[in-house]
Ligand binder design. Sequence first.
Ligand SMILES: O=C(O)/C=C/C(=O)CC(=O)CC(=O)O
Ligand code: CA
Ligand code: MG
Length: 402
Amino acid sequence: MTWLDLADDAPFDAWTLPYGVFSTPGEEPRVGVAVGSWVLDLAPLAAVEGLDGAHLFAQRTLNPFLAAGWRAWDAVRGWVLELVAEEPRRESVEPHLVPLHDVELHLPFAIADYVDFYASQTHAENVGQLFRPDSPALPAAWRHLPIGYHGRAGTVVPSGTPIVRPSGLRRVGGAGSDVEFGPSLRLDIEAEAGFVVGTPSPLGSRVPVGAFEEHVFGMVLVNDWSARDIQSFEYVPLGPFLGKSFATSVSPWVVPLAALAHARVSPPSRSPAVADYLRDEEPWGLDVDFEVSWNGTVVSRPPLRDLYWTPAQQLAHMTVNGASLRTGDLYASGTVSGPRPGGSGCFLELTWNGAEPVTLADGSQRSFLEDGDTVSIIATAPGPDGTRLRLGEVTGAIAPSP
Ligand SMILES: O=C(O)/C=C/C(=O)CC(=O)CC(=O)O
Ligand SMILES: [Ca+2]
Ligand SMILES: [Mg+2]
């Protein structure tokens, strides 16, 4: 399938071909595609090949390429697939392969708006029980529409950025205790899939479920860091605010939707029947498996396939009121927690709000994040011919409160 010599443990294969922004010492950041253990430097290669639109790659963000639309995305992916598949191209391609370990990776696109959903039924039921023990586990609207909130686009950071422990007002001793200001004592993660909008839509128009592939370019891995103590004190009635806006990490490589063709599955059946604008004819459930490591110990494997609302429905919902889309909009699935044990997408659920700490490989116990802790989230999905694709990694370490 490729003339490249790909090690079994290489970060990527010759099919996923994710896009990112990289730089080498002394050179400007620019667009590349990851293949095996290399980055394909697209701008000079496109220039050599006389490709239309080579300028889209000599850029510090993916946004110009994202804005070029789905025909351009398809054409460039087709070209890159040829480059790595056809032996006669080897001579012209090889000079433009940069070893991944020699590059610095940047935020891949300038984030326009950031939305976060709440689409995992298991997660919503668990958080409902923990935060609102006297109410039904699922909010009344949950099965009718994909519940979400608007996050803070300016604090979306690339994988590897240190996460400074946030401070805020919270009740240290639980319900009824005094309100105190200080560093969060319940700092958590949320493993999510993020979807990247390429093609914008005008204000006042709706994007139907069926137009998902025309507007959304691809997927990133997201860690929506969450300060549970700050969040649970502040969130009624407007939802998450400072408990989540301090940082959201994304993986540096954007996996095009086209690479996920073999991962598509039917979403779970829904009852009651969904409103017309949310009806999905094409299955956009995704069989992506996440793996969450805490200081190197794998603590959970959340599955995306059970997500109640697909990214296609989330896009239709975000725009049904006429809200416009912009190139670079990011919307995340919501915490991915599977219905079976071992599938928790956050530590709030994994440790049942700290009541059931986990033991890491070094023997230490954890309920929430301590300073110096590192969390890494990776994901895989089915690829062509029974292969398993690696979809990258999002990682971050906790820095102490200043
Ligand atoms: O139910 C709540 O009050 C809060 C829920 C969350 O913290 C989850 C959230 O950010 C959305 C998600 O990731 O599923
Ligand atoms: Ca979230
Ligand atoms: Mg966040």
